[in-house]
Write a protein that binds this ligand. Sequence first.
Ligand SMILES: *Cc1c(COP(=O)(O)O)cnc(C)c1O
Length: 444
Amino acid sequence: MSKILHRSIHADLPVAVGGRGIELFDAHGKTYIDASGGAAVSCLGHNHPHVLAALHAQLDKLAYAHTGFFTTEIAERLADSLIADSPDGIDYVYLVSGGSEAMEAALKMARQYFVEKGESQRRHIIARRQSYHGNTLGALAAGGNEWRRAQFRPLLIETHHIAPCYAYRGRLAGEGEYQYGERVANELEAKILELGSDEVIAFVAETVVGATAGAVPAVDGYFKRIREICDSYGVLLILDEVMCGMGRTGTLHAYEQEAIVPDLIAIAKGLGGGYQPVGAVLLGRRIYDAFATGSGFFQHGHTYMAHPMAAAAALAVQDVVREHGLLDNVVRMGELLNHRLQERFHNHHSVGDIRGRGLFRGIEIVADRGDKSPFDPARKVNVAIKREAMARGLMVYPMGGTIDGVQGDHILLAPPFIVSAGQIDTIVERLGDAVDAAVARSVA
Ligand SMILES: *Cc1c(COP(=O)(O)O)cnc(C)c1O
């Protein structure tokens, strides 16, 4: 019997023993296509030789030095390369060990920024329903996933939530996409005015919503309006690109497709591609300067921040993405994946919506595509899809609670950036079979 407190105590997990390319192998010799990169993590697939070599080299040089005493060449190189690759407006990096840590740091950085500027009356965080920002208490409080929050509510800091931009469910009959986007973006302004026009610290959003709703991009114009509202009231815009960032949607940062620049960006999953635990906050000069000309000190820190092994992994992963031109493959294979999903599912009685960008695609499962009604959550259709897919040697990332934290099911696809056209075909074939089998069982 396992001595690990696993995520799900009664789950019978296969033992992963190896991986190569987009595949993972278990102890019985079974092969799985990793079409979700775990949870949109493994952007280069598994055992990439360049990343392994970089990790071996760093390990031989130096595994760890505390950031209270030293900086390291490898962490400095990672920061230089992240800034060089980012669009204008992103000038500095704060390195941590994962997505939740990045979001915690971003929230505290935003608050301290206003303290440094003498606006310490600013205290409110506004985020969106049906979002996920991590499982530590601050990040969990910012998140809008009711199921994840419910039992911990007494421990959560006060936060405020507005509607997500989720056109499939939220757009009214007869309302244009653009009008819909303006309407839900304007909820931010209403909330700021309700809380006090100079009392809000930041608005937090995933640029493309990940696990909670299944690869939901905003409609055209939404983030432009959000940026305008933030600017009108001096509110910082924090984008959580932990899942959708670092090339996943076809541009290095997902916000590049929204033609805006955020103030703080959290990145993590695709940054190190799973080769080491690593995350980061990217920030502009304005935030940095407030610290530099103020206390000179960000009152935060973790033992393993800017860890040399994590920096080596992230640097190597990002080098491969850049030097092999993998963002082009994300765009091309993303279009093919979308095309194949449309072919296989656009007339499927249990598929209501197919959405996403690049190699970040979501399928919303419904009981009736006509009235968009979901399956009874008690049927756990998403759990059945995951089981049927695993049985067919396919990893996808299905979740429930798509609509409101309880109702709805979706499947998230996030294959590695190295995926080929032939592999896309196999993924969609196996997924189609898994969905059919799971749905047949759920209606039986
Ligand atoms: C996964 C995720 C997080 C949390 O990252 P961890 O590394 O699991 O702590 C935060 N935000 C988003 C959008 C995520 O998908």
